[in-house]
Write a protein that binds this ligand. Structure first.
Ligand SMILES: Nc1nc2c([nH]c(=O)n2[C@H]2C[C@H](O)[C@@H](COP(=O)(O)OP(=O)(O)OP(=O)(O)O)O2)c(=O)[nH]1
Length: 175
């Protein structure tokens, strides 16, 4: 039988938990304060690639977080939504294009801690869609060749994805 006395001996004191937590979070460059109020935000995004090997980027409009930065079209995955379905929904809402989930090819993912949330963002590529992409939410669009991606400032989360995307484009150009 577990008595309150034996419980007291096996359950570490609260500050011991905190010490353990601090060590773990330090390893990942986090602080307890940041983790305590951090949400996990799931976002699905796509790199649309045209026949010239250019990638479509959208500029985040004024008034939104990260305004002015260029991003891959996409958006938050809603509760109960399949990520690929969420992405196709977002691509239609933002760009007016129809993409079939079967035409999405997984490329990689971003996992990045922002000030108030942690972003987990899978990125797909697609070369197949119906319709002409247009910024239906007032956002500027740009078709960007891989060597020019560095001229388009992107959110910190996206930066590790750029070499992955560039090498994917390079390989498919030379296949
Ligand atoms: N779609 C997209 N979102 C990105 C990228 N990189 C990146 O950090 N994000 C962030 C910005 C947003 O915080 C979140 C996407 O959410 P969202 O598309 O619903 O945009 P939102 O402006 O309504 O989001 P927010 O104001 O609530 O931050 O992911 C990217 O390449 N594409």
């Amino acid at each position: 039988m577990v008595t309150s006395r034996s419980m007291a001996t096996i359950v570490p004191k609260q500050d011991q938990f905190y010490d353990f937590g601090r060590q773990i979070f330090k390893t990942y460059g986090l602080t307890l304060e940041r983790v305590g109020r951090m949400r996990l935000v799931l976002v699905a995004a796509a790199a649309l690639i045209d026949g010239n090997g250019a990638v479509l980027l959208a500029q985040r409009p004024e008034g939104k977080s990260l305004a002015g930065l260029w991003e891959f079209p996409g958006g938050k995955i809603e509760a109960g939504e399949r990520p690929e379905s969420a992405l196709c929904r977002e691509l239609f809402e933002e760009l007016g294009v129809d993409v079939a989930p079967a035409d999405l090819e997984p490329l990689g993912f971003a996992s990045h801690t922002y000030e108030n949330f942690h972003l987990l963002m899978p990125l797909w590529t697609t070369r197949t869609w119906q319709g002409q992409p247009r910024g239906r939410e007032g956002q500027a669009l740009a078709w960007v060749q891989p060597e020019a991606l560095q001229d388009y400032p992107m959110p910190a989360a996206d930066l590790p994805l750029i070499p992955v995307l560039s090498s994917h484009l390079f390989q498919s150009q030379n296949a």
